[in-house]
Design a protein around this ligand. Sequence first.
Ligand SMILES: [Zn+2]
Length: 306
Amino acid sequence: MADFLPDVPKSELHLHLEGSVEPETLYELDPSGSIEDYRALYHYTDFDAFLRAFGAIGKRLRTPADYALITRRLLERLEAQNVRYAEIIIAAGVVLWKQQEFAPIFDAVRAAAGESRVRVRWILDAVRQFGVEPAMRVAELAAERVNQEVVALGIGGSEERGPASWFQDVFAFAGSAGLHLHAHAGESMGPESIWEALSLGAERIGHGIAAVRDPALMRHLRERDIPLEICITSNLVTGVVQRIEDHPVRRLFDAGVPIVLNSDDPAMFRCSLTGEFQLAAEQFGFTEAELRRIAENGFRYAFDWR
Ligand SMILES: [Zn+2]
């Protein structure tokens, strides 16, 4: 471990609440299944299998108290890594799909976050493949909570089955409500998916690793100062990058594309934010100065860091 890393003040800009739930916590929430069954949920062979597992974990979160518990557990782990600021993505689209009421769940997670030393802001995420109507409902929930630490509307899930172009009106509505705009793009699809998200006004791109295949896009990101939220371990586990030596993080950074490092779904990928910085040092030769700069980017590109 590069020994300065644990102490560097860090910020998480790409972190899913539901992806932070350890199998042991699921078991604690519902001991009717076996711990082995819960652990088996955390194995995926490809990106779609990962998305199904993400949904399966979400399904097991039932009450506002469940959501509060997983928020507290996540924040304890962030505090231990000297994370000072986090924009936590909550899959509001999944909550609605489960036909649960969002308000009590959000109130519970917000109250749990209020007890933490980490400054927490929320990104409400719509599920691309669920379509436009459900996404608009998520945008409305986000718009109602701009004064309750909700900073952005996001789209996640399958780029293939839910192209960004569907969400033009949704993003326009969210933008006019004072929300920032966030999109997962260029993770499992090519650069055109990133261009599409940018044309809707996305201010940060979740993953965006496909940008490395498009020099004009890399230039655009650099000139417009639009960061990519890079999650190295995530990309390897979901199989969108086959071998670590193929991961484009170094090439993107060297091309001057703004990047931040993130854990994405730390429990589902068995990773941590500090670990991602460590990986960048070990596998890609990032120097201490470079890693400190990337850590500062985590604050610089935050939607609501003082
Ligand atoms: Zn993500």
